[in-house]
Write a protein that binds this ligand. Sequence first.
Ligand code: DP6
Length: 337
Amino acid sequence: MHVVTCIAPVNIAVIKYWGKRDEVLIVPTNDSLSGTLSMEQMHAKTTIMASPNFKKNCIWLNGKEESFDNERLLTCLREVQRRAERDGANKDLLKWHIHVCSENNFPTAAGLASSAAGYACFVYTLAQLYSVKGDVSQIARQGSGSACRSLAGGFVRWHMGSAPDGSDSIATQVVPETHWPEMRVIILVVNDKKKKVSSTSGMQRSVLTSELLKHRITYCVPQRVKDIEKAIISKDFNTFAEITMKDSNQFHAVALDTYPPAVYMNDVSHAIVDFIHCFNKAKKSTKVAYTFDAGPNACLYLLESAVAETIALVNHFFPGHNSKNIIQGLPVPPANV
Ligand code: DP6
């Protein structure tokens, strides 16, 4: 019997991934860029056991047994095993079936990047089990696109790549977690219910129907990625924040331009947007940036110096969404535990 347990972080995109040019390989229509959160409050934890006594592969997600007969899971397993074989892994171990237990310590499928942390953790743990070396972001991407960005700390860029087999569609670290130690993320959990339109089907529909998506990926994202990378490297919070907010707004505009529309933000989300703009205006400089994934929950990027005041004001103006819903994070990478 061979057992490995790992944890992997959540990442929150500041330039959103929305659209695939290859649905099977999960290759995106644009580059994206995210911050990796600290694993204290939010992480996925996966234990994988391999044994000659197991009769079949099994998986439990948050305590509930799910079918292993899932294309994305099977692809990740096959790809890690293929890499292991190439690297000369123990042949017996590769023949054994596996049992996987995976848990998230935060709401699943509520637009809180749970699939990203979950697949990053699954692939990273498999790689440890079979002693696979080197970058596995290309494999994690085939579990859930955004998962490839959870394999490194700090700020991470997922390159869309151009190779037909997706081999250059990988994630690379822009800066490590030590680069901008004052950076914080606060998550305001507006609603932790499962979202109505999954990211997978929402983006598929956007690719088919949204004119705005074409404009976004051709004219907006390439420049934004360059500019935000520069802002991160030079620690220019104003520019970083403005690009982050504009990109979130444009992603949700694309979701609304989709037919039928995919509506992810709700009235509370929009009230948070208004609040952040009022706050920044009152401060005469940008102190906080919001970004929303495919759900109503707000992710705020801000510097440590603005945390106390922001939390106090959020608690005052959004009393129903008070401090128990606020999770603070600092960037870090996955780990063997
Ligand atoms: C809005 O990675 O969950 O969070 O590749 O189909 O599994 P699949 O989609 P997923 O989409 C995430 C979309 C997003 C933006 C982002 O994280 O970049």
